[in-house]
Design a protein around this ligand. Structure first.
Ligand code: T4K
Length: 393
């Protein structure tokens, strides 16, 4: 048991865990069902290109979200790039800096300037007034991010987009199977982009999708993900290769059946973290609105300025115990290359983004964690904070 600083691996004791406890261990559904799909794929010799499993997967994702169209892709980043092009974004697009760098890169990669707006420190999502202040004559759109599965301020952003004639899309990579106002995420803006990466709540090994209620936009994205082919030898649109393969769709189908089980495990873990972290001064677990559906995939602890230990000292101590806590999304995209040295980002200061990015640590959850392991994680944090407070006294 870890009680005093001498028990910590960072001070020379043996690590609390033999194996590494990762953030983002994949959630995996029924393995036998997956292998049966693999047999079917081999029997059919149909491996990619709008195969039967892909079609079934798209229909089931659309039904789960209550949205008209799901256009599945090879990953979330390509899905973002295609959504950005299909909605006609160009020039400048306003995004949060506090997000995974793919949100910004998907624009920059296509010669569009991501313009970083600050967040609301209470929600970690875009501050609509900050977005308004970044609009210029070159602005064509806004990309909101539903970070940690908590919805961006969709009503305010939609009102602003309507007022200024801007495209509005959402990076919903974290928000599969989450809701806002009782409506499933996936139904907001012009379209929404999902990621099914291995580390996501719901994975297809690698994968992603754009979901939308706009028929015309969905058709255009279907063309774009398959080189613009509209017939066997007919190309009618610019395009790329963004296709999801059958084996990924099979994994997706199997994992769709496991969603409730995974949410149950994540939720129990979140409750265990809340109990175990209670009363550590300056360490706060972010909560999910009990009136909304959430996937509880992210256990986010904020280390405030009133905490005796710094976030980084806690993360270092956790890692020494083989608890691989992450600092998502430090230091913010505007502090990463190429943005930090490029006009118009160079010298940009985003106070809320910088404060939140310096305070957040992401803790491991999912089906490989349990209350006992979580109690140990919390005990490490409690001991680090307690001994730091002792030293300062
Ligand atoms: N927008 C947002 C807001 C996003 O968060 C992301 C992706 C995207 C867009 C883009 O979607 P994709 O193009 O990825 O579909 C990871 C993921 O690679 C990335 O998908 C994710 N966001 C981001 C938040 O995290 P890293 O660099 O932290 O990944 P990595 O490889 O360190 O994985 C995290 C941990 O998970 C590892 O330490 C070990 C564990 N792990 C990972 C994999 C891949 C496993 O246990 N098994 C595995 O198979 O970026």
């Amino acid at each position: 048991p870890i009680r005093t600083s001498a028990d910590l691996a960072i001070n020379g004791a043996a690590p609390a865990f033999d194996e590494l406890l990762h953030v983002g261990r994949p959630n995996i559904g029924d393995k036998q069902a997956f292998l049966a799909y693999v047999d079917q794929i081999f029997e059919r010799r149909w491996l990619s290109n709008d195969g039967p499993l892909l079609q079934e997967f798209e229909a089931r994702v659309a039904a789960h979200l209550g949205v008209r169209h799901c256009v599945a892709m090879c990953n979330g980043t390509i899905a973002l790039e295609i959504a950005i092009r299909a909605t006609g974004m160009e020039g400048e697009v306003i995004v949060p800096s506090y997000t995974f760098v793919a949100t910004a890169h998907a624009l920059q990669w296509q010669g569009i300037t991501p313009v970083f707006a600050d967040i609301d420190p209470a929600t970690h999502t875009l501050d609509p007034e900050a977005v308004r202040s970044m609009i210029t004559p070159r602005t064509t759109g806004i990309i909101g991010v539903h970070l940690w599965g908590r919805a961006a301020p969709v009503e305010a952003l939609q009102a602003l987009a309507d007022e200024r004639g801007l495209k509005l899309l959402y990076d919903s990579a974290h928000a599969f199977s989450c809701s806002h106002g009782g409506r499933m995420i996936g139904n907001f803006g012009d379209c929404e982009v999902l990621s099914f990466h291995a580390t996501k709540f719901f994975n297809s090994f690698e994968g992603g999708a754009v979901v939308t209620n706009d028929d015309e936009l969905a058709n255009r994205m279907r063309l774009m993900r398959n080189f613009g082919f509209s017939g066997l030898d007919q190309v009618s649109h610019p395009g790329t290769n963004g296709k999801m393969i059958e084996i990924a769709a099979a994994m997706g189908l199997v994992n769709l059946d496991a969603i409730d089980r995974v949410i149950g495990a994540n939720r129990a873990n979140h409750d265990a973290y809340r109990a175990a972290l209670a009363g550590i001064p300056g360490v706060k677990l972010i909560e999910y609105d009990p009136n909304e559906r959430n996937n509880y995939q992210y256990v986010i602890a904020e280390v405030g300025p009133e905490c005796a230990a710094t976030r980084d000292a806690i993360v270092d101590a956790l890692r020494a115990e083989h608890i691989m806590a992450r600092r998502y999304f430090w230091p913010g995209c505007h502090k990463m290359e190429p943005y930090r040295s490029l006009f118009p980002h160079a010298g940009l200061v985003l106070p809320a983004t910088e404060r939140v990015a310096a305070s957040v640590m992401v803790l491991p959850t999912g089906e490989t964690m349990d209350a006992e392991r979580i109690a140990t994680v919390a005990q490490v944090i409690r001991t680090v904070v307690g001994s730091a407070a002792g030293h300062h006294a």
